[in-house]
Write a protein that binds this ligand. Structure first.
Ligand code: AMP
Ligand code: GLY
Length: 416
């Protein structure tokens, strides 16, 4: 089979690596890909991102299945457009993708189907939002409605912080329209968990749970990032929490997907907050997480292509996904300065013995040399029978990966 994989992050390198392991896969074109997919087995990067051009490419190369990594093309309706041309593509159509594309849409969906989530109000107008801030309790959480590259959520400790957030989103319009509508919601205290899952619209199968580490510094300090490392499975997701999640969040979401008649054959990622009052859904993503994917796919024993094929033919009810029962962590090596300003273009050296334990993200291949090309540069994997072993493995593997100004957290996998 010939596949077309869309995206350029560490997530896509992990997807390409896992798909390449399938004996059914002959070739994977990655659009546009990165330094990791440039050197991965069976893979070839193509410099195409425009949806019409991707359609032309898929037709010309007779691609069997296209797999979409990031949310943006999904919210733009790439799945509908490929399907209109008779091309097979894995991902939700545009209406289902709005579960990630619009916070007000997803909160309304959660409310309609009784999915457990924080209390909230929606505002289209700054004056009304500011008036609401006079009477709400603090901390409070303010979210822009549209996509904002993971930056559109403010946890406001005080009314002054909240006023600043509303002004910057609605009046200064720092997210170019995405913040013209906002959600103000109840602050939930607890620990977070990521549960990725796959659905064909009839059945939903959760993947192994994961724990992201969002802040830049050790101990969960400093500004939020895209994710600085992931532990899987997530030790907080006990059998009891998993049951709570299935009953109050996952199954109700599936009912909603069916009732709304979304054409949803893709990934649905539940961002959870486990609190003393139970497990709440913070958000849906309609794609795999990054860097969750790197740890989760490392533990997947089943052939990912077969799992995707089962979703596309609405046969998920007939399969079981098999997992390795080890612990896997991945530690992100970032360019020093990220998530603020940083310098790119440094050479990356990866010792041959850890080659299969590194997923590249913000990295490019130039004249056969790997160079840093983004904030989060790569993830290093560690595995073991328990967390201690996995941590030891990851931090020892990191010693065999070098680039100038590399920064990473030392506490990935340590949790209270
Ligand atoms: P979201 O994009 O909705 O997942 O929000 C990004 C991050 O903001 C989450 O991963 C949480 O760390 C935090 N967050 C979002 N909503 C809440 C909430 N209601 N209470 C506390 N923290 C939240
Ligand atoms: N790592 C969090 C996300 O992919 O949204």
């Amino acid at each position: 089979m010939k596949l077309l994989l869309i995206g350029s992050g560490g997530r896509e390198h992990a997807l390409a690596w896992k798909l390449a392991k399938s004996p059914k896969v002959e070739k994977i074109f990655v659009a546009p890909g990165n330094g990791g997919t440039a050197i991965e087995d069976k893979c070839e990067n193509i410099n195409v991102t425009d949806i019409e051009e991707l359609i032309n490419f898929a037709k010309k190369e007779i691609i069997d299945i296209t797999i979409v990594g990031p949310e943006e093309p999904l919210t733009k309706g790439i799945v509908n457009k490929f399907q209109q041309e008779g091309l097979k593509i894995f991902g939700p159509a545009q209406n289902g993708a709005m579960l990630e594309g619009s916070k007000s849409f997803s909160k309304a969906f959660m409310k309609k189907y009784g999915v457990k989530t924080a209390e909230y109000e929606i505002f289209n107008n700054a004056e009304e939002a500011l008036k609401y801030l006079e009477k709400c309790s603090y901390p409070t959480v303010i979210k822009v409605d549209g996509l904002a590259a993971g930056k559109g959520v403010a946890i406001c400790e005080t009314k002054e912080d909240a006023v600043k957030a509303v002004n910057s989103y609605m009046l200064d319009d720092i997210f170019n329209g995405a913040g013209q509508k906002i959600v103000i919601e109840e602050f939930l205290e607890g620990v977070e968990a990521s549960i990725l899952s796959i659905t064909d619209g009839k059945t939903i199968i959760p993947f192994i749970s994961a724990k992201d580490h969002k802040q830049i510094f050790d101990g969960g300090k400093g500004p939020n990032t895209g994710g600085m490392g992931v532990l899987a499975p997530n030790p907080y997701v006990t059998e009891e929490i998993l049951e709570d999640f299935k009953e109050n969040i996952m199954n109700k979401t599936l009912i909603g997907i069916r009732e709304e008649a979304f054409d949803f054959k893709g990934i649905i990622f539940f961002g959870l907050m486990i609190t003393k009052k139970g497990t709440y859904l913070l958000e849906y993503n309609v794609r795999m997480g990054d860097p969750e994917t790197q740890s989760v796919l490392y533990l997947m024993e089943s052939d990912l292509l077969e799992v995707i094929q089962a979703a596309l033919s609405e046969e998920l009810a007939n399969i079981e996904i098999k997992w390795n029962n080890e612990v896997c962590i991945n530690v992100v090596l970032a360019s020093n300065g990220y998530p603020g300003k940083f310098t790119k273009g440094y050479e990356i050296q990866i010792d041959e013995k850890v080659k299969d334990k590194v997923f590249l993200a913000g990295a490019k291949l130039e004249d056969n040399i790997l160079k840093t090309n983004g904030g989060r540069v790569l993830s290093v994997i560690g595995t073991g029978k328990n967390l201690e072993e996995a941590r030891e493995d990851a931090y020892s593997n990191i010693k065999d990966v070098t680039f100038k100004n590399a920064y990473y957290r030392k506490d990935i996998g340590i949790y209270e």
